[in-house]
Write a protein that binds this ligand. Sequence first.
Ligand SMILES: *[C@@H]1O[C@H](CO)[C@@H](O)[C@H](O)[C@H]1NC(C)=O
Ligand SMILES: *[C@@H]1O[C@H](CO)[C@@H](O)[C@H](O)[C@H]1NC(C)=O
Ligand SMILES: *[C@@H]1O[C@H](CO)[C@@H](O)[C@H](O)[C@H]1NC(C)=O
Length: 313
Amino acid sequence: MASSTSTITATMIATFFLLLLPSFYAAEILTNRKSSSLPRSDVDLLEFPLNLEYLEAEFFLWGSLGRGLDRIAPNLTQGGPPPIGAKAAKLDPLTRDIIVQFAFQEVGHLRAIKSTVPGFPRPLLNLSAASFATVMDNAFGRPLVPPFDPYANELNYLLASYVVPYVGLTGYVGANPKLQSATAKRLVAGLLGVESGQDAVLRALLYKRAAKKVAPYGITVAEFTNNISKLRNKLGRAGVKDEGLIVKPFQGAEGRVTGNVLAGDRYSISFDRTPEEILRIVYGGGDESVPGGFYPKGADGRIARSHLKAKRT
Ligand SMILES: *[C@@H]1O[C@H](CO)[C@@H](O)[C@H](O)[C@H]1NC(C)=O
Ligand SMILES: *[C@@H]1O[C@H](CO)[C@@H](O)[C@H](O)[C@H]1NC(C)=O
Ligand SMILES: *[C@@H]1O[C@H](CO)[C@@H](O)[C@H](O)[C@H]1NC(C)=O
């Protein structure tokens, strides 16, 4: 008796699940079609860094080759407007060689992200000398005279390059624990690896010149990096997540060194940033809902757009 009851119960349960299956699959297929088979939150977190990858691709392509995505890989722009004020920088052969490599690495990153998620067209980017000069003026709390020109020579270009890629790196560290799918985690780990490699190369090139004074300002390279990092901490509004090339001993590795060729927390673990912290920094004003700085019309993708809408409506 008992066994026949349990057989009936088991059959009923099995039937119930069989009936559920078709609708479960239908829902799954619909979701897949919309979000290229990744959870929606993974799609959003993978699309957000496209904003920074576009900036880096354009800045490095223009700086080293004197032309941007419109000439090198027009499809990747998806018809987005060309950047404002980007141009070739005066670089020595070694720096140009390295920046060309960074540039094509960024083009690869754009392809990798866009082959995984739908993405969006290139946002409007303000890469004019004035845009970088504004960042430097804010970092020092006074206008530099003459205004800082990122394209004038390799040292200025390296200092300008210190401004953005590191922010992207902290974004990948921040995104990682929020990702659900193996596909997204693999992609972000791979992007993070090369972005942090670029950061290490830039920092090492600058570290070699840490005590050198940047002409004509009489400010050392180390002071430039320290003040840019302080500015980013202030704009991000989330504590210390950024350190220059020379720090107080307590900030160095194991609290024992003042040289800081790589930035990290007290365990020398990379700092993380949220998309909101990143927007506050790259918009230049410390507010994720007020576009400006490098993104005059704001960044794109669902995360960045949600903050713009919040303010306007
Ligand atoms: C670029 O876009 C054009 C037109 O949409 C297409 O025919 C071409 O195959 C694309 N090229 C690449 C490399 O994706
Ligand atoms: C680009 O940035 C500079 C410096 O902030 C600003 O003067 C200029 O108006 C900006 N251009 C656009 C189109 O937003
Ligand atoms: C760096 O910024 C601090 C304020 O955070 C300022 O006191 C200092 O003068 C700046 N350094 C230079 C060289 O201007």
